[in-house]
Unconditional design. Structure first.
Length: 180
């Protein structure tokens, strides 16, 4: 992947963010004091139009802890590839504006081929993030909160995700990364 998109791949895989969430991330959505990504918006394309709205579900509005091993990568990405200003996109298209799926795939398809994984789809990176988080022993409630899923509404009324649970997920993700 080109250097300007490498952090996007890592966030998709380790933080399990959706494509539309990643391409709408702005400098102000990154909180390095808390090492969190504030997911507040997503972008979709419909009829050739770019539409900025809320994430896929109400649960999609969330804070996602950044695994400690990704913090320096994200800081370097912002320093090197992101313009100044609170509202600038973290992963803009080459000509500015939102990165189009076709532009991403123009890089992603050759990268997956080079990795010997022609079967890998972009969304599989999000799935990988979910599986890695599950491997840490995270509870269903914490996984749903991290991934922005809103299912089993009745069960969710009686369970609450803890911020400490998400922090533990990210700590264990870094332990897993360092043991590889």
């Amino acid at each position: 992947m080109p250097e300007r998109l490498q952090a996007m791949v890592l966030l998709a895989a380790w933080c399990a963010l959706r494509f539309g969430e990643l391409t709408e991330l702005r400098r102000s959505d990154i909180d390095f004091k808390a090492d969190e990504i504030k997911v507040r918006r997503a972008v979709v394309r419909s009829g050739g139009e770019v539409i900025i709205g809320t994430p896929k579900s109400d649960a999609g509005i969330r804070e996602v802890s950044i695994p400690p091993h990704l913090v320096p990568v994200l800081k370097m990405h912002i320093d090197k590839h992101v313009a100044f200003g609170r509202d600038v996109l973290l992963f803009p298209g080459v000509g500015g504006g939102h990165l189009a799926p076709s532009s991403l795939y123009g890089h992603f398809y050759p990268a997956r081929e080079a990795a010997g994984r022609e079967d890998l789809r972009w969304h599989d990176l999000r799935h990988t993030g979910a599986v890695l988080a599950t491997a840490t022993g995270a509870s269903l409630v914490d996984l749903m909160a991290r991934l922005g899923h809103s299912t089993s509404a009745a069960a969710m009324r009686y369970q609450h995700a803890s911020r400490s649970g998400d922090r533990e997920i990210t700590r264990l993700l870094s332990v897993m990364a360092q043991s590889q």
